[in-house]
Design a protein around this ligand. Structure first.
Ligand SMILES: NC(=O)c1ccc[n+]([C@@H]2O[C@H](COP(=O)([O-])OP(=O)(O)OC[C@H]3O[C@@H](n4cnc5c(N)ncnc54)[C@H](OP(=O)(O)O)[C@@H]3O)[C@@H](O)[C@H]2O)c1
Length: 292
């Protein structure tokens, strides 16, 4: 069992602290605004008088605050106490922010692990909770057992930005799925068909289309969008154009799918109509540096 301090007692920090305490760790908590530790202290956690006091209490310090402006402010306040500790920052941010925080914390003499929580607070400690980590491998290896008390722990590499990158990419996939669902629901809603009823058709269709992803991934990774093409971009541009025409005819806004049709047309217009739609990646991906 470990001594663990939690900085930040919002909905997520509370869940993390409660789970660590439930698993038998010695838990110290701190929150910028006092008065949020009530339920935890009743169970036996200690409320620190300051963030620095909380950091001093434990070898492992888990921070989960609103954003990187907030986590930066907490690092400022605890700078003199951090040396020799492991800071696990589960605050949502960008890869650039995570790398900057890692550099700053290392300069203060502490090990840094960044994390992306793929769960809601009630899921913490449950079988579907996943937390992505990157940064100090030594810190991850030393504390993996305690971190696994929160959920599955996936260490992605020494670059502190990797957890955030994967976290945000997973969420991007989710928002794309939701966008398709919202557009489809608006389309059937225009004729009074309820989203819940339509989901009986849409759900299995989307699941079936998931089967296309490994083939697209292969084309994206190789840059060969001309191989094994069964539904070419030219045909799919006409098809998506038709969907948006029908959408307008139904009095529904096309905002969610307009950008995709724009990319399809651009790639088609550039002479890639016979290739696969995965070729739109070439319009948005970061340009690779030769030899890199
Ligand atoms: N909730 C979720 O479903 C979920 C899921 C995955 C990841 N996350 C991530 O987890 C993090 C925390 O989320 P949450 O749901 O716990 O948010 P929340 O309930 O809104 O709590 C925000 C926390 O940040 C603190 N805070 C804000 N500004 C601060 C500052 N300048 N200095 C110090 N502390 C500050 C707040 O302290 P005060 O009480 O003093 O305001 C509070 O403890 C976020 O980065 C979020 O993206 C959340």
């Amino acid at each position: 069992m470990a001594n663990i301090s939690i900085l930040g007692l919002g909905a997520m920090g509370q869940a993390l602290a409660a789970r660590f305490h439930q698993q038998g760790h010695t838990v110290t908590v701190w929150n910028r605004t006092p008065g949020k530790a009530g339920a935890l202290t009743t169970k036996g956690a200690r409320e620190a008088t300051s963030a620095a006091d909380a950091v001093t209490a434990s070898n492992i310090v888990v921070m989960c605050v609103l954003d990187y402006a907030a986590s930066g402010a907490v690092i400022d306040d605890t700078a003199s106490a951090l040396s020799g500790r492991v800071l696990v920052n589960l605050t949502n941010g960008t890869p650039v922010q995570a790398r900057a925080a890692a550099e700053r914390v290392a300069a203060l003499g502490a090990a840094y692990l960044d994390g992306g929580i793929m769960a809601t607070p009630p899921m913490i400690g449950g079988e579907h909770a996943l937390i992505l980590y990157s940064g100090s491998k030594a810190a991850f290896d030393a504390h993996a057992d305690a971190l696994r008390d929160l959920g599955a722990a996936d260490y992605l590499g020494a670059d502190a930005g990797l957890a955030s990158l994967h976290d945000l990419a997973l969420l991007s996939g989710m928002y794309g799925l939701f966008a398709g669902f919202f557009h489809a629901s608006a389309l059937v809603d225009s004729e009074g068909i309820r989203a819940g009823a339509f989901l009986k058709l849409l759900g299995p269709w989307m699941t079936a289309m998931m089967g296309e992803l490994p083939g697209y991934a292969e084309k994206i990774d190789s840059g060969r969008h001309d191989l094994n093409v069964v539904s070419n971009l030219g045909m799919q541009t006409a098809s998506l154009d038709n969907i948006l025409t029908a959408t307008r005819e139904q009095g529904v806004a096309t905002d969610l799918l307009d950008p995709m049709l724009g990319l399809f047309r651009k790639r088609d217009g550039a002479g890639f109509g016979d290739e696969d739609i995965s070729g739109v990646l070439e319009l948005i991906r970061r340009k690779r540096i030769a030899g890199g």
